[in-house]
Design a protein. Structure first.
Lengths: 303, 279, 420
């Protein structure tokens, strides 16, 4: 190895690094830089950390920030306890070698994932609408009408409802990833287990699950990053003010409102960038925990 | 083989679970499609009923079709999506291979650098990106969108692909090296075929946000000649729009091509997954 | 100005010459940025052909985006220099900020500006009134639209006072055929715009109260500003089941499908409602406290059109803007979009009876604009956006009128000097 030229490493990296740096990192860096400035009478003036002091010190800003962050954690939590287990369970069932119509199920379950947020927001608003009666009608048909409430309009339910809609939309992703991981487990390993009398559920728990742990790790971190960047669904369903009474406001909507402005409120790129920087720090922390604390300790198997 | 694999009760339970979730997954889509073919009154009176001779209406589609060249929009969306996906997969796989295969100084840092992009919403860089496109004369070209989506897709692609490439057996690669294969051949001939399932997964993941994006087409390429399908149908989906026939038809028109694309890709995806698994 | 005319004249001669030689390729195309995606077909089929017929050589393209994204998308495009030649202007600060930032051209010297009163222009002027940067197009009037069939069936008279109003709602509710009032709080702005700013002017005495608030002599905790919230809090009982999750299109559809009897409205609804409702509609202004009280209506300057300072086609764009300021455009626009009332000083004949009803209130009541739009929404927290939230909260019952007033006052006082 040492005698070989290392040029190929650069060749492999160059196209990705160039495009990514020019079109993504440079513009983003230029924008985040604005967090250190403020709008003055004569254009932009350097303000140091003043914007961050406002964000965390002024109760109006910090109240909105912590509210959004708290909501974001709840949003993430719902995904972790609902989306990922359902995804894994569906993948486990689907990967059963003798299952008929597997391809059909797989395709159907993934369909919500390919829909745009506008469609998802509109469809679910229509279904859950207290007026047009799809959900109330269905609940009525099974004698549970009393359970119906205008969920998206109630502070206690709205965020959870939206999180579940998001789960509905994205459950196909963990399903596909886990499915791929399960299929790549060599048959010999499972057969070796069967010889030892490990079959069915216990085979899943004792053999397959440890082998797909790296994939579950990836899914968790992808869910984390995706959720803390989420914006579109809430925006499509509840608007930029994330009602009722900001109960569905997450960091993405808070950032959008601040950065681009909303209705009569003018956009403030400086405070907006400060919020984006804070979000970036949160996500980076999560990713670093994953990369250094979890990924390096996880056993990886080469087949 | 063993009992567990033949038990009919298990099979019934599995089908029941899958059928339930399939119904949940398809129901909202069906609601939109069904209602797009109904008269306005029928939509609200019985949203669940299938269109009958009485309630059947194509008025929404007529309204939508009048508003623009949807075939051209579709073509634009196709070009942008397919080219971006190709570039994301090629560049992403190359970078992922470099990161997972070679030990070099700054490897971890480079990995982190390439992952930064998934941690900041690219939307906030809009003005700077638009400036860049203005300077390079790419505004109102499909190239502008392709560049942005390629950059946007790379972090996730590198992240997922390098994870999968670490699982490719070293013995295989070293055998290749002993046979005198160049690093490029090892990558294209040995490694790429093995990570096809992961490539297919990345393709499907990236296809969705690219196809459905409204923001960058609106900012970077709003011209009539470069409008994407999502942007073209957006005219009907706004705060003040009450014409639900048109809204539902526009939504249906936006769903159908992705569905078709997905059905095409999903064959590839599944073939990719299974061929990778057999090894 | 002579220069402009001369330029236009020579431009006209040039284009005539070009057309004579058959070189239509020299046409200038003007692009209009707008949030009115609802009006796309009206612009394409009526307004633009009328202009193009009178001005050969200038083509116009109307390219609207969805209202919610309009401001953000427009600002990005203006910053990068890719925005269209003509910019549809939001009233007050959003456009003022664009003018101050050098994005909108000064149009004070446009001849057509003489066709507009100072009040009409006030929404698109610098604070000192020295520079006007958009040509006013239309204002919208608030009030209530009702289902005439429903009122006739139930024997209800058109309410004039608050007591009449709630008596009518009670009667509709007791009968049970109709939902008394179609409004939801999901989108929030309905509650503020069609609720608070619709009925409010009667309590804060229109312009008097609005100016006093700007001057700092009244506070949002004063009775005049809390009383409208007290009214809104009473609305809850008359809204449909699940109004908390009811969206704006839901409300519109509830009313036009004949399921609800009263719709708190803005006049912009008229053309859409005419197309969709198959029953006769009437309108009444916000009820007053006691019979014979002076009445006040929200007659809000809502939409105007300006010139992108970076437009390469400024000459042609000014020709278009002069035309927008003409009586011809006023008549065309007001009749194509009944409910968008012309701000032009020239009287405009309108054929639509519902639009005539709305505009007739200008003669009976005092006009004012929405209380939060001028100056008071310049800071953070933004008073208009806070009013959305507070109005929705008050209707849902999660905040009392007094709490809402106190919260808004504290927010305003935190940045607005005269209120400190």
């Amino acid at each position: 190895m040492a005698t070989r030229s290392r040029l190929h490493v650069a060749v492999f990296l160059a196209p990705a690094v160039l495009v990514y740096t020019a079109v993504m990192i440079w513009p983003l860096f230029n924008t985040l830089r604005l967090a250190l400035y403020a709008a003055g009478d004569e254009g932009r003036v350097f303000a140091g950390l003043a914007n961050f002091a406002t964000l965390f010190g002024d109760p109006r800003w910090s109240g909105a920030f912590w509210n959004a962050l708290g909501n974001n954690f709840w949003f993430f939590f719902i995904h972790m306890i609902v989306q990922n287990p359902i995804g894994i369970a569906l993948a486990a069932i689907l990967s059963h070698p003798r299952l008929r119509f597997a391809a059909l199920y797989r395709s159907a379950i993934f369909i919500p994932t390919i829909l745009s947020f506008v469609i998802v927001g509109f469809a679910w608003k229509l279904i859950l609408s207290p007026i047009w009666g799809i959900a109330p009608g269905i609940l009525d048909a099974v004698g549970l009408k009393a359970l119906f409430a205008p969920w998206l309009g109630r502070e206690d339910y709205a965020l959870t409802t939206l999180a579940l809609i998001s789960v509905w939309q994205f459950v196909g992703i963990p399903m596909m990833l886990i499915y791929a991981a399960l299929l790549s487990i060599p048959e010999e390993i499972l057969e070796a287990g069967e010889i030892d009398g490990i079959t069915g559920w216990s085979a899943f728990w004792r053999i397959k699950l440890p082998l797909i742990l790296p994939s579950i790790g990836i899914i968790s971190i992808l869910t984390f990053v995706g959720n803390f960047n989420a914006f579109d669904l809430i925006y499509a369903a509840q608007g930029a003010l994330a009602g009722p009474d900001f109960s569905t406001d997450i960091l993405g909507t808070f950032l959008y409102r601040t950065f681009f402005g909303f209705q009569l409120q003018l956009g403030d790129p400086h405070m907006g960038s400060a919020i984006a920087t804070a979000m970036f720090a949160i996500i980076l922390t999560g990713v670093c925990i994953y990369l250094f604390a979890i990924q390096t300790r996880m056993r990886r198997y080469q087949f | 083989m063993h009992k567990a694999r033949h038990n009919p009760l298990n099979a019934i339970a599995a089908h029941a679970a899958l059928l339930t979730w399939t119904a949940i997954a398809l129901f909202p889509v069906a609601v939109i499609l069904i209602n797009s073919f109904k008269t306005r009154k029928a939509i609200f009176r019985e949203p669940l009923a299938l269109p009958s001779p009485d309630s059947f209406s194509m008025i929404g589609y007529q309204t939508v079709m009048k508003q623009g060249d949807f075939f051209l929009y579709f073509q634009n969306s196709m070009i942008v999506t397919v080219v971006s996906l190709f570039l994301v997969l090629l560049f992403g796989a190359m970078a992922a291979f470099a990161l997972s295969e070679y030990r070099f100084r700054g490897n971890t840092l480079m990995g982190l650098y390439l992952a930064l992009g998934i941690m900041i919403p690219i939307r906030i860089g809009t003005v700077a990106i638009l400036d860049l496109m203005v300077q390079t004369g790419l505004v109102n070209t499909l190239m502008a969108l392709i560049l942005v989506y390629t950059a946007q897709g790379l972090p996730l692609a590198v992240f997922i692909l390098s994870e999968f490439m670490r699982q490719v057996s070293d013995d295989l690669k070293n055998a290749g090296r002993i046979d005198g294969l160049s690093e490029y051949r090892i990558f294209f001939r040995l490694v790429l075929p093995l990570v096809r399932p992961a490539m297919a997964t990345v393709a499907v993941f990236n296809m969705i946000p690219i196809w459905n994006d409204l923001w960058f087409p609106l900012i970077l390429a709003p011209g009539e000649a470069t409008k994407t399908l999502t942007l073209g149908s957006q005219v009907f989906i706004g705060q003040f729009v009450t014409d639900w026939n048109a809204v539902l038809s526009a939504l249906s028109l936006a769903i159908l091509p992705v569905l078709v694309l997905y059905v095409i890709f999903s064959r590839q995806l599944i073939r990719g997954i299974t061929s990778g698994a057999v090894k | 100005m002579t220069q402009g005319r001369l330029g236009r004249l020579s431009g006209l001669m040039l284009t005539t010459a070009l057309i004579a030689t058959g070189a239509a390729a020299q046409d200038v195309t003007l692009t209009i940025e707008s949030w009115r995606n609802d009006d796309l077909s009206i612009w394409q089929d009526q307004i633009i052909p009328a202009f193009e017929a009178a001005n050969p050589g200038i083509k116009v393209a109307f390219t609207p985006s969805a209202p919610a994204e309009y401001n953000a998308a427009l600002n990005s495009k203006l910053d990068a220099g890719t925005a269209g030649d003509l910019i549809t202007c939001r009233p007050f600060d959003a456009s003022l900020a664009l003018y101050d930032g050098g994005k909108l051209a000064d149009l004070s010297d446009l001849a057509a500006m003489a066709n507009f009163s100072d009040v009409a222009k006030s929404a698109w002027q610098t604070d000192d009134g020295a520079h006007t940067f958009c040509v006013p197009m239309a204002s919208v009037i608030h009030g209530f639209i009702y289902n005439k069939t429903a009122f006739a069936e139930l024997g209800i008279e058109v309410p004039a006072t608050e007591a009449d109003f709630f008596a009518a709602l009670d009667k509709i509710k007791a009968d049970g055929t109709y939902i008394p009032m179609a409004m939801g709080t999901n989108d929030q702005w309905e509650a503020a715009t069609m609720g608070y700013n619709n009925i409010g002017p009667n309590y804060w005495k229109g312009e008097d109260g609005r100016r006093a608030l700007i001057a700092g002599t009244q506070k949002l905790t004063d009775e005049a500003w809390v009383a409208p919230y007290r009214q809104l809090a009473k609305w809850k009982d008359y809204l449909g089941d699940g109004f908390e999750a009811q969206t704006y299109p839901d409300s519109q559809n509830l009313f036009t499908l004949g399921r609800a009897a009263v719709y708190p409205a803005g006049s912009w609804e008229i053309s859409g409602f005419n197309a969709q409702a198959d029953f006769e509609m009437g309108a009444f202004p916000p009820p007053v406290a006691n019979a014979g009280d002076e009445c006040y209506i929200s007659d809000h300057t809502d939409i105007a059109i300006g010139l992108n300072a970076a437009s390469p086609n400024a000459e042609a764009a000014r020709t278009f803007l002069e035309w927008v300021g003409s009586a011809e455009f006023a008549t065309l626009y007001a009749n194509a979009l009944p409910g968008f009332f012309s701000l032009n000083s020239a009287p405009v004949e309108m054929a639509d009876p519902l639009a005539q009803e709305f505009v007739s209130w200008r003669g009976k009541c005092h006009s004012t604009i929405r209380s939060t739009y001028q100056i008071l929404s310049r800071g953070t927290p933004n008073l208009e956006n806070e009013t959305w939230n507070a109005s929705a909260n008050v209707i849902r019952g999660s905040e009392t009128p007094e709490e809402a007033g106190a919260r808004l006052q504290a927010g305003l006082a935190s940045w607005y000097e005269p209120q400190k």
